[in-house]
Design a protein around this ligand. Structure first.
Ligand code: M6R
Length: 363
C-alpha cells in the first residue's frame, strides 16, 4: 500500500519524521537517559571499533565514524564488507565490531560478522529486521524501527540507521565520561525536535521537484561535502545513480583540487551539502573554485549559509537550522528528494531500478 503516493520510495521518504521519532522515543523513553537494550556493551574496555556494511549502510557507518571519534574519542575503522571479509584484518578483544544492515541478510556483511565472531570483544548490529541472520548472530542487535522498506533505494532505513548510530556514539561518550549531563540533555532535546525539522525539510519538495527537472538533463553530477557531510555526499550520489542512472560521484570538498575539478564545466551540476557549521567557510572557497570554472553549484544549506555563499550560486535548497550533529540526518531528505524527482522526471522505474535487488544475499 503506497498510502496515496506514486511510489513506495516517496511514501518511505515521507515517513521519516514518524519513524525517526519512534526510534528516538524507543531509545530515550521520556527523559534524557539512554535505554540501550542489554547492559553488556562496555565501551571503556576497548581501544577501537570496527564498522562494516555495504552500500547505503556503509555510508551510515562512515558518518558514525565522525560521531564516535568526536564524541566518544574511540578510534573507528570503517570498511565495506566485501573488502573486509577477505583481507584477514586483525581483530581482537580490544575491539567492538558493529555491522549495519537494513535486511540483516546481506551475504558479505554476514560473512564479515562471522569472521569477527569469537575474535572481537562484542558483536553489535544495527538492523531493521530483528529476526534476520545478522541480528541473530550478534551479541546485541539494535533495531532501527524503520518499518518495512520496499523501495530498492534505501531512504528511511538510512536515516534511522544514522539515528541509532548517533545514539550508540552518545552512549559510548557517556560511558567514557566525555558527555556531561547538560550536553546530553541539549542533544536529546535537539533529537526530540528533529521530526519537526524533518517535516520542514520535506516542505522543500516542490522546489526540489522543479530543480530535478533541470538535473535530469545532466550526464554527470558531482556531490561535495566536508566533515560529517562527506558521507552524505556519497549517499546522495549513490541515490541519484541507482534510480536515475545519471552518473554521479562524490568527493570530500577538500579533494576537489586534487583531481575532480578537471571535470567541471557548465554541464556538470555540483551539489554541495553544507550547513553553516565551523567548516562552512572552507566549503565556500571550494564552491568559488567550481563557479570560477563555469560550474553550476546547487547549494543545500541553511538560510545563513545560502546568504553567506553570495551570488553566483546556480540554485539552492534551504534547510532549517539544527544542532550540528543532526545535520546528516536532516540533509538526507533533500538528497533523497533530488534523486527521487530526477528519476521520476527521467521516467525510470523508481522502486525497482534495473539490475538491482533489495537484498543482496549472494556475493
Ligand atoms: O540490507 P542492507 O542494508 O545490508 O543492504 C546494503 C545495500 O545493499 C543497500 O544499502 C543498497 O546499497 C541500497 N540499494 C542503497 O539504496
Amino acid at each position: 500500500d503506497k498510502a496515496g503516493h506514486k511510489h513506495f520510495m516517496a511514501k518511505e521518504i515521507a515517513e521519516q519524521p514518524q519513524v525517526i521519532g519512534d526510534a528516538i522515543s524507543h531509545y530515550f523513553g521520556s527523559g534524557t537517559d539512554l535505554h540501550l537494550p542489554g547492559d553488556g556493551i562496555d565501551f571503556n574496555g576497548i581501544s577501537r571499533m570496527i564498522l562494516v556494511a555495504c552500500g547505503t549502510a556503509y555510508y551510515a557507518c562512515l558518518t558514525a565514524k565522525y560521531w564516535i571519534e568526536k564524541l566518544a574519542g574511540i578510534p573507528v575503522e570503517v570498511d565495506v564488507a566485501s573488502e573486509f571479509r577477505y583481507r584477514e584484518p586483525p581483530v581482537g578483544e580490544d575491539a567492538i565490531a558493529l555491522f549495519v544492515s537494513q535486511s540483516g541478510e546481506t551475504a558479505d556483511t554476514l560473512a564479515a560478522l562471522r569472521y569477527c565472531a569469537g575474535k572481537a570483544r562484542t558483536i553489535l548490529s544495527v538492523v531493521n529486521v530483528p529476526e534476520s541472520s545478522i541480528a541473530r548472530e550478534s551479541d546485541l542487535a539494535l533495531p532501527i524501527l524503520a518499518g518495512t522498506e520496499i523501495g530498492v533505494a534505501s531512504t528511511k532505513a538510512f536515516s534511522c540507521q544514522l539515528t541509532v548510530l548517533l545514539i550508540v556514539a552518545l552512549e559510548a561518550a557517556r560511558q567514557r565520561g566525555r558527555l556531561d549531563a547538560d550536553r546530553q540533555a541539549e542533544i536529546v532535546t535537539a533529537l526530540r525536535g528533529l521530526p519537526a525539522r524533518l517535516n520542514l525539510a520535506l516542505d522543500t519538495e516542490a522546489i526540489t521537484e522543479r530543480l530535478s527537472q533541470e538535473l535530469a538533463e545532466a550526464q554527470d553530477v558531482l556531490f561535495l561535502g566536508r566533515g560529517q557531510m562527506y558521507p552524505l555526499a556519497l549517499e546522495g550520489a549513490l541515490k541519484l545513480k541507482e534510480i536515475s542512472y545519471i552518473h554521479a560521484e562524490a568527493y570530500a570538498s577538500g579533494e576537489l583540487k586534487h583531481g575532480p575539478i578537471a571535470l567541471i564545466d557548465q554541464n556538470v551540476p555540483v551539489v554541495v551539502m553544507a550547513p553553516r557549521d565551523p567548516l562552512f567557510d572552507k566549503t565556500v572557497s571550494n564552491m568559488q573554485e567550481v563557479m570560477a570554472r563555469g560550474g553550476k553549484v546547487l547549494l543545500i544549506s541553511d538560510k545563513a549559509g545560502i546568504e553567506a555563499a553570495g551570488d553566483g550560486i546556480w540554485r539552492s535548497i534551504e534547510m532549517p537550522v539544527v544542532e550540528d550533529l543532526l545535520c546528516p540526518i536532516l540533509y538526507a531528505i533533500p538528497a533523497q528528494l533530488l534523486a527521487y524527482h530526477t528519476a521520476v522526471a527521467k521516467g525510470t522505474d523508481v522502486d525497482q531500478p534495473r539490475n538491482l535487488a533489495k537484498s543482496v544475499t549472494v556475493e
